[in-house]
Design a protein around this ligand. Structure first.
Ligand code: FAD
Length: 621
């Protein structure tokens, strides 16, 4: 049957990409359908119940700055929050939250159900309606035809999903869910490049069977960090600790002597796994010199006794999994509630996408999330938001929007994917961004919320909170610049008490804040009232302390922009340009771009490579 209502945007899949895509499109006022296998699994975390971490919290905060759901859902579902790299510079600092998976899911579902313009429907999509290379809608596996202007595919690990436990295989999208085979076949018939990837998850454990007295306790941070710019500590449920256990030589022996029963090592799985989230068999095999690996024993929620042993993802047979687990101190009597497994699935080469995440071959069709070869909820959510936004803009005949590499990790993620593709599950790291000092997790709102507002993604409440904060930062910075401390004054005595050195001349409070030994709390009340909002104080402090570095990165970006018209000589021998990778040399040699701007648009040619070219040209002169 033809469904009577027509939609602007149809999103397939209610995982992390699909929910952000549907919410973004609906926030922009587009009539949006979210079609998913099972409404109960909206926002489900397939693997580890944790959000954020290095590189990833940057993405969560960017989603949040653009009005998305992930940050707030984490604040509503988070049961342990920590700031990683707290002692390092702000560019690499990252917030990580252990989540109660039931509360997280409930928070996402609540936001979806209360979102105007958004319709939910539970059923599997089996086919796409495509006419003249343009998608026109979706057909469910029971034959309902939904018509729409744009379609966003966010099917995760479900396309042609095969689950492996040891040498046993079964078809599934993840444990307990069916695979998406009809849709996978339909997509394989379209002109996209398709390949297989794999990922894995550890067995889950029953807390009753664990001896916590011999494990190291890891409490969350105090005061508790928040994930969303609108987050407040009062939103958090009760906070709990994680624990740390360790594998040992006996564990490794058990794994190594059973590798022939691993689907990875016996050649049954062909898909490539995530390099940075390897299985325990990979770790033991690859790092043979290490006699122990950490296992973080993480609660799955407040109302369950199940635990997630982070660090021992495996596809070994169940009997081996049990021996591996029980070889660990504190886990000698552990009961496994669910076996670990690996899953292999289809993904589509993201080089067949545009920056907007629209496919190059089928107009108005967008892909987001694990289907594009990424791994992780945060990577999926960020792509989902971008795809949903652009699907909505496409439905309204508006130009596509995406952030540049110097504006957002989302810009880095999409640019990396569509220009370089990926051979293994792609995850975000701070090292992937050239302009890390500009792209901090603390300033994602300052970088993106204004654009989000213009795009129609940011509601009035978020906009007002942001505008108030931005104004407070400006006012406080201006106050610190205009407030002078004279030698011999009470304020100068205060500085001397902190630094052990008297002031030799007058300094503004802003000058004093730039000193490494002084923080905002030390100088703000020397003369006048400090701000009460800790996020404003933090921002004023970071901007002051890193001003020089931030300006240098900004200058570099401006310099590259200014030199975009610089010609590249036709006879330039790229093999002689020092610092370029072999791949980039080859690409430039083949394409022979006429200008730096043209070079920068070649897939895989990064801003760092353009900078090297610019230096090389200057040296030639
Ligand atoms: P998913 O979260 O998979 O959501 C897909 C959604 O689409 C589901 O709701 C599904 O029901 C729906 N769907 C699929 N096909 C259809 C259809 N035809 N019709 C209607 N609905 C459909 N990430 C890490 O970062 N680290 C890890 O260690 C890790 N391990 C993992 C281990 C396993 C076993 C699995 C399954 C995943 C793992 N992940 C891991 C990946 C993480 O779960 C994904 O990156 C993330 O969930 C991707 O989000 P997504 O929205 O793209 O897809």
């Amino acid at each position: 049957m033809d469904y009577p209502d027509r939609f602007d945007v149809i999103v397939i899949g209610g995982g992390h990409a699909g929910t952000e895509a549907a919410l973004a499109s609906a926030r922009m006022g587009c009539q949006t359908l979210l079609l998913t296998h099972n409404i109960e699994t909206l926002g489900q975390m397939s693997c580890n119940p944790a959000i954020g971490g290095i590189g990833k919290s940057h993405l969560v905060k960017e989603i949040d700055a653009l009005g998305g759901a992930m940050g707030l859902a984490t604040d509503m579902g988070g049961i342990q929050f920590r700031v990683l790299n707290a002692r390092k510079g702000p560019a690499v600092r990252a917030t990580r939250a252990q989540a109660d998976r039931v509360r997280y899911k409930a928070a996402i579902r609540g936001m979806l159900e209360s979102q105007p313009n958004l319709t939910l429907f539970q059923q599997a999509a089996g086919d796409l309606i495509v006419e003249n290379d343009t998608v026109r809608g979706v057909v469910t596996e029971t034959g309902i035809h939904f018509h729409g202007s744009s379609v966003v595919l966010c099917t995760g690990t479900f396309l042609g999903g095969v689950i492996h436990i040891g040498l046993d295989q079964s078809r599934g999208g993840r444990a307990g869910d069916p695979p998406s085979n009809a849709l996978a076949e339909r997509l394989r018939a379209l002109p996209f490049r398709v390949d297989r990837l794999k990922t894995g998850t550890p067995p889950r454990l029953d807390a009753k069977s664990i001896d916590f007295s011999v494990l190291e306790e890891q409490p969350g941070d105090t005061p508790t960090p928040v994930m969303s710019y609108l987050g407040r500590r009062e939103m958090h449920p009760r906070q709990v600790s994680c624990h740390i256990a360790h594998t040992n030589e006996r564990t490794h022996e058990i794994i190594l002597s059973n590798l022939d029963r691993s689907p990875m090592y016996s050649g049954v799985i062909e898909g490539v796994g995530p390099r940075y989230c390897p299985s325990i068999e990979d770790k033991v095999h690859r790092f043979a010199d290490k006699s122990s690996h950490q296992i973080f024993i993480e609660p799955e929620g407040l109302d369950t006794r199940e635990l997630y042993p982070n660090g021992i993802s495996t596809s070994l047979p169940f009997d081996v999994q049990l021996r591996v687990v029980r070889s660990v101190k504190g886990l000698e009597n552990a009961h496994i509630t669910r076996p670990g497994y690996a899953i292999e699935y289809d993904f589509f080469d993201p080089r067949d996408l545009k920056h907007s995440l629209e496919t190059k071959f089928i107009h108005n069709l967008f892909f987001a999330g694990q289907i594009n070869g990424t791994t992780g909820y945060e990577e999926a959510g960020a792509q989902g938001l971008l795809a949903g936004l652009n699907a909505a803009r496409r439905a309204r005949d508006l130009e596509a929007w995406w952030p540049r590499r110097d504006e957002a990790y989302l810009g880095v993620l999409v640019d990396d994917l569509i220009s370089m593709g990926t051979k293994e599950p792609y995850r975000m790291f701070t090292s992937r961004a050239e302009y890390r000092l500009l792209l901090r997790e603390d300033n994602a709102d300052l970088r993106l919320t204004e654009s989000g507002r213009e795009l129609g993604l940011v509601n009035d409440g978020r906009w007002e909170a942001f505008a108030t904060k931005r104004e407070a930062i400006e006012l406080e910075s201006a106050r610190l610049k205009a407030t002078w401390v004279q030698p011999g004054s009470a304020a100068a005595d205060g500085v001397a008490a902190k630094t052990g050195k008297p002031l030799s001349r007058e300094y503004s409070l802003m000058d004093l804040l730039k000193r490494p030994e002084l923080g905002y709390a030390d100088i703000a009340s020397l003369d006048g009232e400090p701000v009460g909002d800790e996020t404003v104080a933090e921002q004023v402090q970071i901007q002051a302390k890193y001003q020089g570095y931030i300006e240098r990165q900004q200058d570099e970006i401006d310099r590259l922009k200014r030199h975009e018209a610089t010609p590249l000589p036709a006879e330039l021998d790229y093999d002689r340009v020092e610092g370029l990778s072999h791949e980039i040399r080859q690409k430039l040699g083949e394409a022979r771009p006429a200008t730096l701007a043209q070079a920068s648009r070649i897939s895989g040619v990064t801003p760092a490579a353009v900078s090297i070219l610019l230096i090389h040209l200057k040296k030639r002169r």
